[in-house]
Design a protein around this ligand. Sequence first.
Ligand code: S3P
Length: 422
Amino acid sequence: MQKKVSKVNRGIRGEVIIPSDKSISHRAVIFASLANGQSVIKNFSDGQDPLSSLDVCRALGAEVELGNDLIINSKGILQKPSFPLNCGNSGTTIRLISGVLAGQNFESELYGDESLSKRPMRRIIEPLSFMGAQISSIDGHAPLKISGSSLCGIDYHSKLASAQVKSCLLLAGLNAEGCTSFTEPYLSRNHSEILLDYMGADISCENNTVKIQKSELRPCCIEIPGDISSAAYFIVAALIIPNSDIILKNVGLNHTRTGILDVVRLMGGNVEILDKRNSCGEDVGDIRVKYSNLKGCVIEKDLIPRLIDELPIIAVLATQAEGVTEIKDAQDLRNKESDRIKAVVKELSAIGADISERDDGFVINGKTVLKGGAVVEAYHDHRLAMSLFVAGLVAQNDIFINGFEWVNISFPDFEKLFNSTF
Ligand code: S3P
């Protein structure tokens, strides 16, 4: 589907309730399926990715009622699926579920769409194999065939800061003899650690190391906050569209996810946190954002995992800031739903941004007038589609986004919610 986006002539204003966090939704449904009893999940995401995890858990024997709340009844023991498991577009589903399946006593197969089949799986196959798992792949890519086996804990030092790899190993560790420990160079999102602890696992964290012992999970009642990665599009739109003043309600503010707020403050943006609270171990609050004069900055090192999914929309933000913004140490952006370095540079250049590609990021000269007047591609990537939409709101001429329907992967009501703020 091609979407035409036109410049808005007034600021965005009002209050928006930000929809459910995708990362926490995956974890809630997967972990609840491993617990013996009934779990209640409030505010489960309606994005296609978390629904892929839900479908996979169903195929593994969890009984699911999807009404206002999501109710999971499980015996805590998974059953051999009678067909290959479809993970759709979701890297989180395939990598987390691989950790679960590696230690079961049956065989299974995981596959996904064209984009998922291109994404690297060695990052999980290698450490799982060290634990005793038997996994075959197509040259390090899905489909993955897993022959469940008994696992032993390992002490794994990862070169990558990756919450998907970490969570995969923690899930395998739940079922492994001894202690499984994972150390990463910078701390990636820690929703798995928080929820596993909340559900009674024997888990401990210190700096960038997490350790888990074989454990049984208790069923839980959990309320999922709004997704800061979805809020990011409104944050940036409000900062760059004159006269904007918006309140984003019920946003997850876990420190491992709030890199974008640190960057906005570094750039001189006006953001304020209101009513900070805690829900099931996760920080939550409302965010007020107003139009601001911004200056460029450098984004690197430990900040990168704290805003990895926001880098495409941060690139849009940087086009409207005074001076240069440099993004470094973000090589893994090339392994997301698309090669986000190449895609962001190509498509933002097409509408008039001054942006150039680096191996591990990009460099943007800001305060350019985005002339628009071009057809741009979303590359089957929800975050590209939404970032280009926000760029279109400040471009001089209409832009046309091919593949806009990919927003459904994480944020089906994206356009409806934006329309409510104009
Ligand atoms: C995610 C972790 C991140 C992120 C992805 C969701 C998660 O990936 O990019 O969208 O839910 O664990 P990596 O852990 O591979 O960096």
